[in-house]
Write a protein that binds this ligand. Structure first.
Ligand code: NAD
Ligand code: ZN
Length: 352
């Protein structure tokens, strides 16, 4: 089979590989729609995970089941499914501890395009199919549904980690697809003022659509200063980080109120340390909480997010700005994600 792979740091291209084989509880799926993630860019072009050779990229997919193992009960060939970016090993101690994302090791629930071949292939392997796949209802178009796998679960997780209360003021740093879903999640959890930090016109427009009440341009000065100015020097209750380099963590700590929470879902792809400003962190005594997390995966999470889309709580169509038809366009879509033209939020490749 063919796949689009990381050949090494800074190198990506098409390769041939053996079709994967399903174990007794696994499934083999062929993609119907896929989307490249900014994380694929960190992985290939920043070498953020270290060297990976001939590893097929991609972890956002909607697909059709083509084969299931002998023990799989709830899925059969022909089923249309949403495949989460994170597919935990559900029989692991970390699951019992409440962190399936880290089943069998830190970040090890994230398998596609990290520890094993991803979804940019003619076929891909899904571990524990009954626990990791979710049926896709016919009324959700595949190009929107593929936003559930990662963008929606990650952005919403940003809002969950931030523990937003009714009326909380929230700043969302970075309003690419993930940050936009954080804006939507913050609104659904009852945030009051939602300040989106970003510049690209398509993203700014979408941020307003999803619930941003204010926009801050990070190219027009320090964002902590801008947000402190807008809030009479007080700052915001919650900050969600969904874009930018390491310094955004320092800015987030500066702009969050004492007692507030900084929630990071950004993938910090380079550097050995992230900065925490000592004074604004109250010399360690400000009760400012910093959390960071990998997106939840698995079947139940996908089913719950699918319901939010199916019952019109969230309109994912605003995230998808570029649609390609044909598997061979995956490399173009990935390069778009790297170059980030002004009118881009997310590209989707429909495999027809
Ligand atoms: P994106 O690149 O589309 O969006 C990030 C945006 O942040 C960009 O528009 C960029 O211009 C903007 N930005 C850059 N510097 C900034 C600054 N100083 N202040 C504010 N904004 C700034 O990426 P995305 O797809 O929305 O993903 C966001 C991040 O989340 C990426 O790092 C991605 O790798 C990561 N991610 C994490 C998970 C997870 O499980 N935690 C899952 C998916 C993606
Ligand atoms: Zn991703």
């Amino acid at each position: 089979m063919k796949g689009f792979a990381m050949l090494g740091v800074n190198k990506a291209g098409w390769i041939e590989k053996e079709k994967p084989v399903a174990g007794p509880i696994d499934a083999i799926v062929k993609p119907l729609a896929v989307s490249p993630c900014t994380s694929d860019i960190h992985t290939v072009f920043e070498g953020a995970l270290g060297e990976r050779h001939n590893m097929i990229l991609g972890h956002e997919a909607v697909g059709e089941v083509v084969e299931v193992g002998s023990e799989v009960k709830d899925f059969k060939p022909g089923d249309k499914v949403v495949v989460p970016a994170v597919t935990p090993d559900w029989r692991s101690m970390e699951v019992q501890a409440g962190y399936p994302q880290h089943s069998n090791g830190m970040l090890a629930g994230w398998k596609f395009s990290n520890f094993k071949d991803g979804v940019f292939a003619d076929y891909f392997h899904v571990n524990d199919a009954d626990m990791n796949l979710a049926l896709l209802p016919d009324e959700i178009p595949v190009q929107n549904a593929v936003m559930i796998s990662d963008m929606m679960t990650t952005g919403f997780h940003g809002a969950e980690l931030a523990d937003i209360q009714l009326g909380s003021s929230v700043a969302v740093i970075g309003i690419g697809a993930v940050g936009l879903m954080s804006v939507a999640g913050a609104r659904m959890r009852g945030a009051g003022r939602i300040i989106g930090v970003g510049t690209r016109p398509a993203c700014v427009e979408a941020a307003k659509f999803y619930g941003a009440t204010d926009i801050v341009n990070y190219k027009k000065g320090d964002i902590a200063e801008q947000i402190l100015d807008m809030t009479n020097g007080k700052g915001v209750d919650r900050v969600i980080i969904a874009g930018g380099k390491g310094e955004v963590l320092a800015q987030a700590v500066k702009m969050v109120k004492p007692g507030g929470t900084v929630s990071n879902v950004n993938y910090h792809g380079s550097g050995d340390y992230l900065p925490i400003p000592r004074i604004e962190w109250g010399c360690g005594m400000a009760h400012k909480t910093i959390k960071g997390g990998l997106c939840p995966g698995g079947r139940l999470r996908m089913e719950m997010l699918i319901d939010l889309v199916r019952y019109n709580r969230v309109d994912l169509s605003k995230l998808v700005t570029h649609v390609y038809h044909g598997f061979e366009h995956i490399d173009e879509a990935l390069m778009l994600m790297k170059d980030k033209p002004k009118d881009l939020i997310k590209p989707v490749v429909i495999v027809d």
